[in-house]
Ligand binder design. Structure first.
Ligand code: 13P
Ligand code: SF4
Length: 332
């Protein structure tokens, strides 16, 4: 399992110890430049009582050195609800920062680059959700956290890839609407008796994987274990050995220790997990998320220096959106 280090523990680690975590990924010649930003970020975190929540898709220099809480969207939401820091820096994408803000209306939540969006969040609006509700009266709306606060505000409950099946089944109804990821909805529908009405949103990173990719990998890398995120098309998930959230995939690798493995997901995920398991072979076909890659050590430092960019949510929308997130956290 990817570890979570308390902010106090991480900010007191000496730089050479931090380098030892990433030395298999970052050449020694590049370290001094990064170390300057890392030292500045650690100092700023102490001064401002700030915590950095870093998603599993952040690059190893961020993930393994300055991230205090690391994990999938569910873990980041849970930890955002628990933190006693005054400032939260979200090293991830905008919907994750908005979720942290919903759960911490009194705290300052910063995102280092406001352009860090998500194709799924872009695929649906609050007006679309209202129309869906009209078209299917009485059918609960389960909304993936990869959406805007305005969309969450129109929903009954949120889910993540880590708890989607539990949330859908936990409602105890024969039919739900699940938005906006068509593939996640179809992948969950294949695991449950609950009927699922889907939307046509897709993740621009995971929709690019194909069953042919898997067949090619199995031919070129005999014995490879294939893990896929449930945002991949169902035809891809049907041919993989395991599907789960980013944390689910990391846990699978930690527990089963497949000698040769490929993670069909964002590239940095493999980099981060591979650093923890040097004895395993990671096959690397992966796709980059351009939104996640907007976050860098430099702009994290800048965010803390200038206290920008602050993420805010209209209070009326926030009150309704928070209910959807809190209902999810209460179930699991
Ligand atoms: P996880 O919740 O599995 O970390 O997924 C978030 C995401 O954006 C995947 O593309
Ligand atoms: Fe959104 Fe896909 Fe990027 Fe995840 S990987 S943040 S779902 S675009």
């Amino acid at each position: 399992m990817l570890e979570t280090v308390s902010p106090a523990a991480r900010t007191s680690l000496p730089l050479p110890e931090l380098y030892s975590r990433v030395e298999r990924h970052i050449p020694a010649i590049e370290w001094p430049v990064l170390a300057d930003d890392i030292a500045a970020i650690l100092k700023l975190k102490r001064e401002k009582n700030a915590v950095i929540l870093a998603h599993n898709y952040q690059t190893p220099d961020i993930f393994h050195t300055v991230g205090d809480i690391v994990g999938d969207s569910l873990a980041l939401a849970r930890e955002a609800a628990r933190t006693d820091a005054s400032v939260i820096v979200l090293a991830g994408v905008h919907f994750m920062a908005e979720t942290a803000k919903l759960l911490n209306p009194e705290k300052t939540v910063l995102i280092p680059d406001l352009r860090a969006g998500c194709s799924l969040a872009e695929s649906i609006t609050a007006a679309d959700v209202r129309l869906l509700r009209e078209a299917h009266p009485g059918v609960p709306i389960v909304t993936y956290v990869n959406t805007s606060a305005a969309v969450k505000a129109e929903s009954d409950i949120c889910c993540t890839s880590g708890n989607a099946k539990k949330i859908v089944e936990g409602l105890g109804v024969p039919k739900v609407i699940m938005i906006p990821d068509e593939y996640l909805a179809r992948n969950i529908a294949a695991q449950t008796h609950v009927e699922i009405i889907a939307w046509k949103g897709h993740c621009e990173v995971h929709e690019r994987f194909t069953p042919e990719d898997i067949r090619e990998m199995r031919a070129n890398y005999p014995g490879v274990t294939v893990l896929a995120h449930p945002e991949c098309p169902p035809e891809v998930v049907a041919e993989c050995d395991y599907t789960g959230s980013t944390a689910g995939m990391a846990d699978y690798v930690g527990q089963k220790r497949p000698h040769r493995v490929v993670l069909l997901t964002e590239c940095s995920m493999s980099d981060n997990v591979a650093l923890q398991y040097p004895d395993l072979e990671f096959v690397r076909p992966c796709n980059l998320c351009p939104h996640m890659k907007r976050i860098t050590l430099k702009n994290i430092r800048h965010a803390l220096e200038t206290m920008s960019h602050e993420v805010t949510v209209d209070p009326e929308i926030a009150d309704r959106a928070r209910l959807s997130v809190e209902r999810m956290l209460a179930i699991g």
